[in-house]
Design a protein around this ligand. Structure first.
Ligand code: FES
Ligand code: FES
Length: 162
């Protein structure tokens, strides 16, 4: 058993980990950040996606010890119910959420896409989310939402919904 130090959603934290504890387990079990969804647990579905030092990361595939000293952002660190992040608001406005299971991971992937490139094309958005699987939607509204969020984050305000 080891103690590691990391920053989670802007707060310094200590976590107790075994050698094989994953970052997903730390986030869900020790910090109750259940927006980090436990899906396939083998790196295929994207539902556990977080940003680790601003890079998109499958938290189910990362030993927690490798996150020591790093900064983790989960969907809980993005916005609040009273003050949603523009990406969260755009997902609602575009009707991009059905069961919702895949959505936190997609929102984190969307943040990574827009942080890297504030003007992503629809094709770049599709490529950026290609390993985040959604069983409910046809992805069209998800791409719409990321496109809308990028526009709003560039200050091109669109008040009407799609
Ligand atoms: Fe991590 Fe599926 S739960 S990729
Ligand atoms: Fe249900 Fe994506 S909204 S899996």
């Amino acid at each position: 058993m080891n103690t590691i130090q990391l920053t989670i959603n802007g707060k310094p934290c200590l976590a107790t980990v075994e050698e094989d504890t994953t970052l997903m387990q730390v986030l869900r079990d020790q910090f109750r950040l259940t927006g980090v969804k436990e899906g396939c647990t083998i790196g295929l579905c994207g539902s556990c996606t977080v940003l680790l030092d601003n890079k998109v990361t499958r938290s189910c595939m990362l030993e927690a010890t490798r996150a020591a000293g790093k900064s983790v952002l989960t969907v809980e660190g993005l916005g609040t119910p009273e003050n949603l992040h523009p990406i969260q608001q755009a997902f609602i406005d575009c009707g991009a959420v059905q069961c919702g299971f895949c959505i936190p991971g997609l929102i984190m992937a969307a943040k990574y896409i827009i942080d890297k490139n504030p003007t992503p094309s629809r094709e770049e958005i599709r490529r950026g989310i290609s390993t985040n699987h959604c069983r409910c939607t046809g992805y069209v509204q998800i791409v719409d939402a990321i496109e809308l969020a990028a526009q709003r984050m560039r200050g091109e305000l669109r008040l009407t919904t799609l």
